[in-house]
Ligand binder design. Structure first.
Ligand code: GAL
Length: 693
């Protein structure tokens, strides 16, 4: 049997999925009828139901009450709205906690958390597992063949609030996980370097989670605890998924992962188990360039989906309520955000939530239907977006192809940010964001993929601060270059193995051959200190003393007193290795300098911008048969005119071969494929063997 997929959902919907979380249990029945009418008015075709309904569905142990879901699912079906039915396991009801007080999670300092929020459960609790599995079985038995059911939504944002639990049950589960991983205590002692500080274990029972202690915890233990915690939730996810697949194998299944908003779980691992990859994204309000974070996360979603279309399960119509100052979106911003996700491969755009809550912890979170009802900007924009997406339905199923891969790795993130590093100013996300932003400003499309991914189809590969690199993944990068690839590596990469043990023999042990250099010393900069580069720019936070072993320095730290601790030494190097090229940046390069490096590298690798556009115009292409679709997103205050070949489906008209993209606007052009026969389309993957060298 072919696995169900997002294509099954969009085929059934007749185009792009549009809707949000629908929580009718918060409202009296009369309101549900109004909801149906307004959903239709807004063009909503898919809603997530039941995500936090456990206490309604099962008001007491063993007693199910299906009245609400029966009625709501029938009502939605009558109105032609499909259902993404959630397993409501992310919010165990009060009776569960009362019955199983030991199932509550425990913090690193040993306090057991109280009931009163959501995800109040220990991921390893057998009582929780039993209760959740019973509930999921009952739900799937009742609704597995309901005509409204289009997709299963497993749990909600696994690990958002409770990923790291330090209770005794978790401790026992951790020991079992370690026994499976290491088989012998000897291997564990070796991996964790337990001879340091007399930590050698003689019995599995001596091992605890890395709870609060006197000084630094063992980093290998901490890293494994992260892995174990992610795996414990993954096991729960797998169990729920198995029940749903057994009882309703025809229904595609998803869970909403959170991209870079969630450090604690390995998003790739969860996405790999789903028929439909879906993600949530919320703009970091304090970031004036939050649209770049959005684009990065959309490209990561596509990476998690191995290039296939994916679903944006949640974003917001305006402000959220959990960021301190919760900035409202400006007019047109929701459209711009939504169409950017669409441009980068989403086949569905959903919001948290349909109707803004009147009470409860999220009443100040925006929704598709605000407190004021249908008066006001938000509703108007929601309605307009619904009809625009209907007009863009032909985009569904087309693919975005990244020419470049940025390596992104949760394990590397965990490791880089453990305690007791050379500098805590090196943040993994900052490094990834820098490199992504430089590429974004060049309008070169990239996928974010794990370091073990098949890289052979990418013209260039970038590895920002990939501190943790296993021998196997290092081999993957080396082979890529050897066979003709173009690799650029950011500072403090390839330093430790998967156990956080240093690769010996000169830094960066895992990559020094391919890079043709040795780093003699890592030289973090004091806060406020900067190291001048030869091009007149300044690097902050970090510098390294690099000794070339075959590489050519392309840019140096200035040989003046303000050149910093590595003055006069290489800051950017380049090395020919096999049939390819490997670059290294020995500091956190300022944006302009990084941009220049990536422009050179991409030009040599044949990775071209989607279009030649002025700064502030974001361009992405979705490719398909018989058309390509060019998305032009204007982040500036001025209209931008651009030559295009095709017709505008949204946002403007094409006149005299030119599209005018309004300030803050988005234009979607249906391109004629016949217009570019001789010139391989940017974004078309090829093997690096064929790349010009
Ligand atoms: C998500 C969550 C939703 C809602 C939303 C608010 O993390 O899945 O249930 O809380 O945040 O932004």
């Amino acid at each position: 049997m072919v696995n169900p997929s997002l294509a099954d959902v969009t085929r059934r919907l007749g185009g792009i999925a549009y809707g949000g979380d629908y929580n009718p249990e918060q409202w009296p029945r009369e309101v549900w009828h109004e909801d149906m009418r307004l959903m239709r008015e807004a063009g909503v075709n898919l809603v997530t139901v039941g995500v936090f309904s456990w206490s309604r569905i099962q008001p007491r142990p063993g007693a199910y009450d299906w009245r609400l879901l029966d009625e709501v699912l029938d009502l939605l079906h009558e109105h032609g709205i499909a259902v993404d039915l959630a397993t409501p396991t992310a919010a165990p009801p009060p009776w569960f906690t009362r019955q199983h007080p030991d199932a509550r999670p425990v913090t690193v300092s040993g306090s057991r958390l109280a009931h009163g929020s959501r995800q109040v459960f220990c991921p390893s609790s057998p009582a929780y597992a039993q209760a959740a599995d019973d509930l999921v079985t009952a739900l799937a038995t009742r609704y597995g063949s309901h005509p409204a059911l289009a997709m299963w939504h497993v749990h909600n944002e696994w690990g958002n609030h409770n990923a790291l639990c330090y209770c005794d049950t978790s401790a026992a589960a951790f020991r079992t996980w370690l026994q499976e991983r290491y088989k012998t205590l000897e291997a564990l002692n070796e991996a964790w370097g337990t001879d340091f500080w007399s930590q050698r274990y003689g019995d599995w029972e001596e091992i605890d989670p890395p709870r609060d202690t006197t000084a630094f915890r063992n980093p290998g233990q901490e890293l494994d605890y992260r892995r174990f915690s992610s795996d414990a939730l993954l096991a729960r996810h797998a169990e729920e998924s198995a029940i749903l697949r057994r009882l309703a194998p025809q229904v595609p299944l998803t869970t909403n992962v959170m991209g870079t908003l969630e450090k604690k779980i390995d998003g790739y691992a969860f996405a790999a188990t789903c028929d439909v990859v879906s993600v949530d994204h919320y703009l970091p309000a304090a970031d004036p360039d939050a649209h770049i974070d959005l684009a990065l996360n959309a490209d990561l979603a596509r990476g998690m989906a191995a290039g296939r279309p994916w679903l944006l399960m949640e974003h917001s119509t305006s402000a959220v309520n959990w960021q301190g100052v919760n900035v409202a979106k400006r007019p047109g911003e929701t459209r711009r955000n939504s169409l950017t996700h669409l441009a980068r491969g989403a086949d569905g755009l959903m919001f948290f939530q349909w109707r803004q809550s009147r009470a409860g912890a999220e009443k100040w979170h925006s929704a598709m239907l605000p407190h004021a009802g249908t008066d006001g900007r938000v509703w108007k924009e929601v309605k307009a977006l619904g009809s625009e997406l209907a007009a863009l339905r032909e985009v569904t199923g087309t693919r975005v192809r990244g020419d470049v891969a940025i390596l992104f790795d949760w394990h590397g993130w965990w490791a880089l940010e453990l305690a007791a590093r050379p500098s805590d100013t090196l943040s993994y996300l900052d490094a990834v964001r820098d490199w992504y932003e430089a590429l974004w400003r060049l309008n070169i499309t990239c996928d974010l993929v794990p370091p073990g991914a098949d890289l052979s189809g990418y013209r260039a590969v970038l590895a920002p601060s990939l501190y943790l690199l296993s021998d196997g993944d290092a081999e993957n990068l080396t082979r890529y270059v050897d066979q003709g690839g173009h690799l650029a590596v950011g500072c403090f990469s390839g330093v430790v193995d998967e156990y956080d043990r240093v690769h010996l023999g000169g830094y960066p042990g895992a990559l020094r051959d391919v890079l043709g250099l040795v780093v003699d010393e890592y030289l973090p900069l004091r806060s406020g200190e900067a190291a001048r580069l030869e091009d007149g720019s300044y690097a902050r936070h970090w510098a390294e003393r690099v000794e070339p072993r075959g590489c050519t320095p392309e840019l140096r730290f200035a040989d003046t007193p303000d050149g910093g601790p590595a003055r006069g030494g290489p800051a950017v190097t380049r090395h020919t290795y096999g049939r390819g090229t490997a670059w290294y940046a020995a500091c956190r390069l300022p944006m302009n300098t990084l941009g220049k490096l990536l422009r050179t590298l991409c030009a040599e690798a044949g990775a071209t911008p989607v279009v030649d556009a002025p700064p502030g115009l974001e361009a992405v292409r979705r490719s398909g048969e018989p058309h390509d679709y060019l998305f032009l997103i204007n982040h500036t205050e001025e209209a931008i005119r651009l030559p295009v070949t095709g017709v505008a489906l949204a946002g403007a008209h094409v006149t005299d071969g030119q599209a005018a993209v309004p300030p803050g606007g988005v234009v979607v052009i249906r391109e004629e494929l016949a217009s570019t026969p001789a010139d391989p389309r940017p974004g078309t993957r090829h093997s690096p063997q064929g790349a010009s060298t």
